[in-house]
Write a protein that binds this ligand. Structure first.
Ligand code: SF4
Ligand code: SF4
Ligand code: FES
Length: 319
């Protein structure tokens, strides 16, 4: 099968990014990484990309293939030719060093920021090892499957607009730390992850779950951290927690959202917050969006039951 590979080329500071198309005769079962290797060896030795294991283990070969981040060694060319050619680009959210190679410094810095090491400093180290039950170990498995490939970070919408957001890979690891019964810093960790830039800064776009090649499901791990934060009584109540609690309370009370009451509960607890709401309140009133009566919906009891059931399940699963 003859396939066109349209590859983004760039050497920052030397020339504007451009696309170069390579034609290649490939057999069934050829991966995108195999194809790039052949392009480099047979047609253009200047093409730069990362690779190592060729077995979807090391996480080195992540790049955007037809617009979404994936491991080049795990993508078969025949699955990527629906649009006639295979578009190959570097990962997003990180600056290009050359062609498909990006500078992952911010990725590593953000991982380091969550303190990804078990802390046993104040414990008496047992003579042999820290034993865990199978149940305690099972809580770490999904997040522990991360191969630090960068695919989730590349596609994260929150990271794109907020350079201080640590990203899905770091938060998946953060949950791995919070859930580990051997770690002694759970309380401090939760205080840290409650700050801006951590668990509440994710917009739940689900893209990290979509692209993760090892089933870590970073968003699911973020949700578990959020549950742990909501269950922790001694944390400072920030806007995100107030928002979440007000939303659940109102849905339980009436089955739908009273936007005026909701805004007051979330932002109206300080004179400054109240003042900040004024312009929006005036605009809403002028548009007729502040009805005086807020009646519960007909089947409110059913909604309340659902909210309680979800709460119960989430609480049972969080750590
Ligand atoms: S769900 Fe959250 S962490 Fe995952 S990609 Fe979207 S914004 Fe980023
Ligand atoms: S969570 Fe998944 S996508 Fe993100 S770095 Fe780890 S393995 Fe890659
Ligand atoms: S080369 Fe190691 S994951 Fe692709």
């Amino acid at each position: 099968m003859k396939v066109s590979f349209k590859v983004r080329r760039e050497i920052p500071g030397q020339a504007a990014p451009s696309y170069q198309t390579y034609q290649l005769e490939v057999e069934r079962g050829t991966t995108v990484l195999d194809a790039l290797n052949r392009i480099k060896w047979e047609q253009d030795g200047t093409l730069a990309f990362r690779k190592n294991c060729r077995n979807a283990i090391c996480g080195s070969c992540t790049m955007r293939i037809n617009g979404r981040a994936a491991l080049a060694c795990a993508c078969h060319v025949e699955d990527e030719t629906a649009r006639g050619e295979v578009l190959v680009q570097p990962m997003g959210n990180m600056p290009v060093i050359k062609d498909l190679v990006v500078d992952m410094s911010s990725f590593w810095k953000h991982l380091d920021q969550i303190d990804p090491y078990i802390s046993t400093a104040a414990r008496n180290i047992p003579a042999r090892e820290f034993l865990q039950t199978p149940e305690q170990r099972a809580k770490l498995e999904q997040a522990g499957n991360c191969i630090l490939c960068g695919a989730c970070y590349s596609e994260c919408n929150s990271r794109e607009v907020n350079p201080n957001f640590v990203g899905p890979h770091a938060l998946a690891k953060a949950y791995r730390m919070v859930a580990d019964n051997r770690d002694e810093r759970t309380s401090e960790r939760l205080q840290q992850y409650n700050e801006p830039g951590y668990a509440w800064s994710c917009t739940r776009c689900f893209y990290c779950n979509e692209v993760c090649p090892t089933g870590v499901q970073p968003l699911d791990q973020i949700q578990k951290i959020r549950q742990a934060l909501l269950a922790k009584e001694d944390l400072p109540i920030n806007t995100a927690i107030r928002h979440r609690k007000a939303l659940i309370k109102q849905i339980k009370e009436s089955g739908w959202l009273d936007e005026v009451k909701f805004a007051l509960e979330v932002f109206g607890h300080t004179p400054r917050g109240l003042l900040g709401l004024l312009p929006l309140g005036i605009r809403m009133t002028l548009k007729g969006k502040t009805p005086l009566g807020h009646q519960p919906i007909e089947n409110r009891a059913e909604v309340t039951h659902l909210v309680d059931a979800v709460n119960k399940t989430e609480h049972a699963n969080h750590i």
